[in-house]
Design a protein around this ligand. Structure first.
Ligand code: NG6
Ligand code: CA
Length: 504
């Protein structure tokens, strides 16, 4: 048992030498063996779970990527900002840079940590003249946000540009073959290979069998046999190979860890898995019983193992390492490609026991796999504490003794005691978000959610995790009270409609 005195004073803890946030993409609550899915072996995650605290009521801020990541890194709710949503691949940087507001990596720097962002970014780059010029250093980039080092994909695997960017510069960029990106509708670069322009016979020749778009967004530039969102030209030597994306990110992270050996590090590791396009390395093919989507989950687990191995090799002992595993938003089976997942995942509810998933306000949209491991400090087990990823900012600040300036990171709660297993409750309430400023509210186990077409639905998600029995007619007074509370939360901490950073 942890003495109560310690529970009340987590700041007395020794600072971990390594703090890692391993952020999966679109991974659902029920997608891995660690959370009960026996069709997808994830031995590394299983090991982490057996040594750590496995949360069952931890949430991303949003059921889509950009707002969740923004909130995690800023300790503020993304939905307070204007124009927040899934960003195109050439969007400008939406995070505050130094001098504008403190971010999680910047506060870790102040506490003496070397910081790195690896993998999927999707928070925009540059703020200069649009469109972004990819042929010179892009600024501001993760560096200006507080990351000493970065090796990132600008947006998503399905969006151009399909290149890695190291510390603000395209890896493998060639002045003789400049990169151009365009997101205008009906645009074409001269000679560009665009899926929408090709006949089925031509598509069969140039595309991987699972590279075929299923909608009008994903049928643009074909790169590495996969059609993408947006148009791209040039940069032939810089283009990633989809089957190697995971290994490239793992290598970059391992390199950062190796070069940092002996120093405190904060690693924000964002795997591209299990987002579309799903194109696992051949060594992971067939390793799950759920087809291509399960195989990229195995690949994600392999990346987890690679990061853990790199830490061990560089001398970061388990008892010096706080490792947090989670995902940015709920699961989706079909997300723009005819990759076979629909059929292969038949009978698999990736959000089980919840309903909904990515893009939805149901529990499946934001209820995330979430595991905290810190051997010797965090007792292995399970936690039902209600927590949000927006709380990582204040909780980690408390852990490393960083001061947050007055009036900043206001949506973040210090939930360090819950994260370390010393408080079983966590938050009293939590908002869930999908689009715009539409919010659902959890108040304990009760959940109020706007009904499509008007009105409200009320659920007790503890008794009814799938949100099937609407209690709004039986409990109108609870509906009223929670509605009022949503209004209050929206009005707090600057309200809504705040300008995006970099806008005036
Ligand atoms: C959507 C894409 C989807 C995916 C998502 C981003 C369409 C129709 N759908 O707009 O395929 O790329 O954006 O996912 O284009 S996220 O996890 O980064 O939020
Ligand atoms: Ca995502």
């Amino acid at each position: 048992m942890v003495p109560l005195a310690l529970a009340a004073q987590p700041q007395k803890l020794k600072k971990p030498r390594a703090i890692v946030i391993f952020y999966a993409d679109d991974l659902g609550y029920h997608d891995t063996s660690a959370y009960g899915c026996d069709k997808v072996p994830c031995p590394n995650l299983d090991r982490l779970a057996s040594q750590g605290l496995v949360f069952s009521d931890a949430h991303s801020v949003s059921s889509v990527c950009t707002p969740s990541r923004y909130s995690l890194l800023t300790g503020t709710y993304a939905w307070r900002r204007q124009g927040m949503g899934i960003l195109p691949g050439d969007a400008k940087l939406i995070l505050p840079v130094k001098g504008e507001a403190l971010t999680l990596p910047a506060l870790m720097q102040r506490a003496g940590y070397r910081t790195a962002a690896m993998g999927k970014w999707h928070l925009g780059l540059g703020r200069g003249k649009q469109p972004t010029d990819w042929n010179k250093p892009v600024s501001p980039s993760p560096r200006e946000v507080g990351f000493d080092e970065s090796f990132i994909m600008a947006a998503t695997g399905d969006r151009v540009p399909c290149v890695f960017i190291r510390n603000g510069e395209v890896v493998g960029g060639d002045p003789a073959d400049p990169i151009r990106v365009n997101y205008e509708p009906n645009f074409r670069f001269p000679g560009e290979l665009v899926a929408a322009d090709l006949s089925p016979a031509e598509l069969n020749k140039v595309m991987k069998p699972w590279g075929r778009s299923a909608d009008k967004q994903h049928d643009k530039t074909i790169i590495d046999g996969i059609s993408r969102i947006g148009h791209m030209q040039g940069g032939a030597k810089a283009l990633w190979k989809d089957q190697d994306i995971a290994d490239s990110i793992n290598r970059a992270a391992a390199d950062f860890i190796r070069r940092s050996a002996g120093k405190p590090i904060f690693l924000y590791f964002c795997t591209n898995d299990i987002h579309v396009p799903r194109d696992p390395h051949p060594r992971h093919r067939g390793k799950s019983q759920l087809g291509i989507r399960g195989d990229v989950t195995v690949q994600m687990d392999d990346s987890l193992g690679a990061v853990r191995a790199a830490l061990a090799k560089a001398g970061y002992k388990p008892e010096e390492t706080l490792f947090i595993f989670t995902s940015d938003n709920g699961p989706v089976i079909s997300d723009g490609y005819l990759d076979g997942a629909q059929k292969e995942c038949e009978g698999h509810n990736p959000a089980a026991p919840f309903s909904g998933g990515k893009y939805t306000l149901r529990e499946g949209g934001t209820r995330m796999p979430f595991i905290v491991s810190w051997p010797g400090v965090v007792k292995p087990g399970e936690s039902k504490a209600l927590i949000s990823q927006v709380d990582l900012a204040r909780s980690l600040a408390a852990l490393v003794g960083a001061k947050i300036p007055e009036g900043q990171m206001l949506d973040s709660e210090n939930q360090l005691a819950a994260l370390l297993g010393r408080d079983a409750q966590g938050r009293k309430e939590l908002v869930e978000h999908n689009w715009g400023t539409t919010l659902a509210l959890r108040s304990g186990s009760m959940k109020l959610m706007p009904r499509k077409g008007g009105g409200w639905e009320l659920y007790d998600v503890e008794a009814d995790p799938a949100e099937e029995h609407d209690l709004s007619a039986q409990q109108p007074q609870v509906v009223k009270k929670m509605q009022q509370r949503i209004r209050e939360i929206k009005a707090q901490n600057g309200g809504t409609g705040l300008p995006m950073w970099g806008d005036k």
